[in-house]
Design a protein around this ligand. Structure first.
Ligand SMILES: Cc1cc2nc3c(=O)[nH]c(=O)nc-3n(C[C@H](O)[C@H](O)[C@H](O)COP(=O)(O)OP(=O)(O)OC[C@H]3O[C@@H](n4cnc5c(N)ncnc54)[C@H](O)[C@@H]3O)c2cc1C
Length: 422
């Protein structure tokens, strides 16, 4: 496979209010098409002569600055919705519509969307590879370390070119689609230390390579943290849950994954192990933007630590999906404790209604101390809806997904309250 180091840059410009695409080298005209695939923006370009036709270009870097994300979304929002309708179309051309006249956000050069904000890598694909590209990942070197220290050393020596491999049920599909092309895969499956679930001093520790299937079968979790089983059963299907791991699910950074919001709801923290040892990052601070997290390239997420909630707590995970095995259109996790008729503590988090999972702090505060009367619930739901910022995509327009987040929260709240009272 031949790689072109041409790093094209999509820019929102210009003083005339139009959008343009350009790339740095080699010189070629670009017309681009964008689609969202499992929350990842995929850019396909038809390019001029000296880059083979039908080169595929994937968004490989998207700086996690809110301003860049906002500008990007504002610029491409309506366009993405249209592309979602044509998502099964082959690579092709797409003319970028100009932004609305008079919209202040587009009125002058968008300095906040700099070259470093959106970077694309272009790879040429031969005819045969083009036919195979959706089923066969690119070449990589496979490593199977037997200790965390050994795995970290491999990551350190290969930097950005290496990626940990857990269940592979997010990473391998991305590699088949050429959305990820790591040169070194570091399989964590041979590290015995990364398995197991235990409780010590009011904290439940789940090691990273514990599969979703093992979460469902754990007696300890069934007794102390049943919301984990409830949520796991809503992930994909049994085949995927046999191999998909908790560590991979929370480290992945895909806003469509269900475990991250649940971990925020439970106030979990992640143990990240790197060349300098361990550090802990709260799940509520870990997610920076889609596929951008606090994890450094040379670190491995080795465990998830969760404070054990009090016995008798109420809980529920509600997920709206288009079909069994689908990612959420919107989902909500609720954990609460009751004291008499009122809420002693409440925690709410949302899945797939923003670039990151969302801990709904205001909604949680509004519920705490209340009797869950209708007015309080309505106000908490409104507070949760207010922090959502979903993409319009194949799962529906943004407004619909925001509303569904509110409804999922309301349903989860009602079930959690019933469980806490019984
Ligand atoms: C058809 C289908 C439907 C699915 N539906 C859902 C769904 O409804 N909800 C849902 O939540 N998920 C869903 N998934 C994803 C599935 O749960 C994945 O298994 C999970 O997201 C990733 O876990 P993994 O162990 O397979 O990780 P991998 O695919 O191996 O890794 C994912 C990413 O995390 C990194 N990584 C993995 N482990 C670590 C670690 N320990 N430390 C640091 N980085 C690490 C990898 O480098 C990679 O970038 C679905 C997958 C498929 C194929």
């Amino acid at each position: 496979m031949q790689y072109f180091d041409c790093t094209p840059v999509i820019r929102a410009s210009c003083t005339n209010g139009a959008l343009c695409s350009r790339k740095t080298r080699p010189k070629a005209a670009l017309r681009s098409k964008f689609i969202f695939f499992n929350n990842l923006l995929v850019v396909s370009l038809r390019v001029a002569s000296h880059i083979p036709r039908n080169a595929s270009v994937f968004l490989s870097h998207f700086v996690a600055s809110n301003s860049a994300t906002d500008v990007f979304r504002q610029v491409f929002g309506a366009w993405l919705l249209e592309c979602a309708v044509h998502r099964s179309a082959p690579l092709g051309t797409y003319d970028i519509p100009p932004p609305h006249d008079g919209d202040a956000r587009f009125s002058r050069s968008n300095d906040s969307l700099r070259e470093s904000d959106v970077r694309l890598s272009v790879r040429s694909i031969s005819g045969r590879q083009r036919e195979e590209k959706d089923v066969i990942p690119g070449e990589f070197t496979y490593h199977r370390p037997s200790s965390v220290a050994e795995a970290v050393a491999i990551l350190v020596s290969h930097g950005d070119e290496a990626r940990p491999l857990s269940g592979g049920h997010s990473l391998i599909p991305m590699m088949k689609l050429r959305m990820a092309a790591p040169e070194h895969l570091v399989d964590l499956g041979g590290i015995a230390d990364l398995k197991g679930i235990s409780e010590d001093g009011g904290t439940i520790t789940i090691r990273a390579m514990t599969t979703q299937h093992e979460l469902i079968g754990s007696d300890l979790l069934a007794e102390k943290l049943p919301i984990i089983k409830e949520t796991s059963l809503l992930i994909a299907d049994p085949q995927i849950r046999y191999v998909g791991t908790l560590g991979g699910n929370v480290a992945n950074g895909d806003p469509g994954n269900d475990m991250p919001a649940l971990m925020q709801c439970l106030n979990a923290s992640y143990v990240l192990t790197g060349p300098d040892g361990d550090r802990e990052v709260a799940a509520r601070d870990f997610y920076e933007a889609a596929y951008f997290t606090a994890l450094a390239p040379e670190e491995i997420l080795t465990a998830v630590k969760i404070p054990t909630p009090p016995a008798g707590h109420g809980y529920a995970y509600e997920k709206l999906k288009r079909k069994v095995g689908d990612y959420a259109t919107a989902a909500a996790a609720v954990l609460l404790t009751m004291n008499g008729g009122s809420v002693a503590s409440a925690s709410v988090a949302l899945t797939n209604v923003a670039d990151t999972p969302l801990y709904a702090a205001d909604a949680s505060n509004i519920l705490t101390g209340s009797t869950l009367d209708d007015a309080t619930v309505a106000s908490a739901v409104a507070a949760a809806e207010a922090i959502t910022d979903p993409a319009s995509d194949g799962r529906g327009p943004a407004e619909y997904r925001t509303k569904m987040a509110g409804i999922m929260m309301q349903r989860a709240l009602a079930r959690a309250a019933d469980r806490a009272r019984s």
